[in-house]
Design a binder for this molecule. Structure first.
Ligand SMILES: Nc1ncnc2c1ncn2[C@@H]1O[C@H](COP(=O)(O)OP(=O)(O)OP(=O)(O)O)[C@@H](O)[C@H]1O
Ligand SMILES: [Mg+2]
Length: 288
C-alpha cells in the first residue's frame, strides 16, 4: 500500500472576491472555487497568465486573505480560525517578488532573526536558528552585512533564510526570481529545490518561467481563478495547444519537440530538458 502523504494544504471550493474588501471594486471573482490537496514534501509550481489568481491563492494560504466562500486548511488548521493565525503563518511562510520590500533589519543577521523573534523564542534558540538558516542559504559570511548592499539574488536568499529560521512546513514563493538576472534566478531555484529535497519542506512557487515550472514535481495551471490543469510537468506540458490557448508557453525544448513531431518525427511528448531531449533524439537517430 502506498503511504498517504500528510496533507499540508487542503482547499475546498475556495473563492475570493476583492469586492469584499472594498465594495467599489468591480469584476469577477479572483478565485472561483479551488479544491486541491498538497502533501508534505511536494514541490509544486503554480503558473497562469496575469490576473489568473496566483497571488490571491498564495495570500489565502498564508491567511493574508480569508476565502469569501469555501475553506482553506493549513496543516489541518482552518485559516479562518483567528486563535491559530500565527500558527498558520509559521507553518506556511511567504517569500515575495521584491526582496527590497522584505528587508526589515539593518544587518543580514538581524533581518533573519525578525521572524523567530516574533515567535517569542529564547535568544539562544533564535541565534542558533539564524546561524543555521544563513549557512543553509550560503550567506553565513554575510551575517554582518547591510542587506540593502547585497545583490538581488543574495537578498532573496536572505529572505528565504528568514523563512527557514521559522522552521516552516511549507514555503510559498510568489515570483521570487522575477526581478533577478539568470544566474541569480538559478541560485534561488537551486536553493528552493535543495531545501525541498533535503529538509522535506513543502515548496509552492509561482512563476512565469515555464523552464522553472518544469523543475517541479507537480504543476498547477490557473486560469480565471480556477485550476485548469494539475499534474506532473511532462503531462501538463504535453498539452501544448491547451497551454497556448491559455496564453501561456511551454518550455523551449518542449516547443521544439512539438514542432518536430508536427514535421513527422517520432518523438515523445512532454520532453522538458536537454538531457531528455538528447536521449530521445539519439533514440530516433538509431531507430532509422
Ligand atoms: N488588491 C486588489 N484589489 C482589487 N483587485 C485585485 C487586487 N489584487 C488582485 N486583484 C484582481 O484579482 C484577480 C487576480 O489577481 P492576482 O494578483 O491574484 O493574479 P496573478 O495571477 O497573481 O497575476 P500576475 O501574474 O499579474 O501576478 C485579477 O483580476 C486582479 O485584477
Ligand atoms: Mg501575482
Amino acid at each position: 500500500m502506498v503511504a498517504q502523504l500528510r496533507k499540508i494544504i487542503e482547499t475546498y471550493g475556495a473563492e475570493f472576491s476583492y469586492s469584499t474588501l472594498d465594495p467599489f471594486i468591480q469584476g469577477p471573482k479572483a478565485l472561483d472555487g479551488i479544491s486541491l490537496q498538497i502533501g508534505k514534501g511536494e514541490l509544486v509550481a503554480i503558473v497562469g497568465g496575469n490576473g489568473s489568481g496566483k497571488t490571491t491563492f498564495a495570500r489565502l494560504l498564508n491567511a493574508l486573505l480569508l476565502p469569501t466562500s469555501g475553506t482553506v486548511y493549513i496543516d489541518g488548521v482552518d485559516t479562518k480560525d483567528k486563535d491559530h493565525l500565527w500558527e498558520v503563518r509559521r507553518v506556511a511562510g511567504m517569500v515575495f517578488q521584491n526582496p527590497d520590500n522584505q528587508i526589515v533589519g539593518t544587518t543580514v543577521e538581524e533581518d533573519v532573526a525578525f521572524g523567530p523573534e516574533n515567535l517569542g523564542l529564547e535568544p539562544e534558540i533564535i541565534s542558533t536558528r539564524v546561524r543555521n538558516a544563513l549557512r543553509e542559504v550560503g550567506m553565513a559570511k554575510h551575517a554582518d552585512a547591510a542587506p540593502h548592499l547585497l545583490s538581488g539574488g543574495q537578498k532573496q536568499r536572505v529572505s528565504v533564510a528568514g523563512i527557514i529560521a521559522m522552521k516552516p512546513e511549507c514555503i510559498i514563493l510568489d515570483e521570487a526570481t522575477a526581478l533577478l538576472d539568470p544566474a541569480a534566478r538559478k541560485e534561488v531555484m537551486d536553493l528552493i529545490c535543495r531545501i525541498n529535497r533535503e529538509e522535506g519542506i513543502t515548496v509552492l512557487y509561482i512563476t512565469h518561467s515555464m523552464e522553472e515550472a518544469g523543475l517541479a514535481e507537480r504543476v498547477l495551471v490557473l486560469d480565471a481563478g480556477c485550476v485548469v490543469l494539475d499534474g506532473v510537468p511532462s503531462e501538463v506540458f504535453s498539452q501544448v495547444s491547451r497551454i497556448r490557448e491559455l496564453g501561456l508557453s511551454v518550455p523551449q525544448v518542449t516547443e521544439l519537440f512539438d514542432q518536430l513531431r508536427q514535421e513527422g518525427f517520432d518523438l515523445p511528448e512532454g520532453v522538458l530538458d536537454e538531457d531528455e531531449a538528447l536521449a530521445a533524439l539519439m533514440g530516433e537517430m538509431y531507430a532509422e
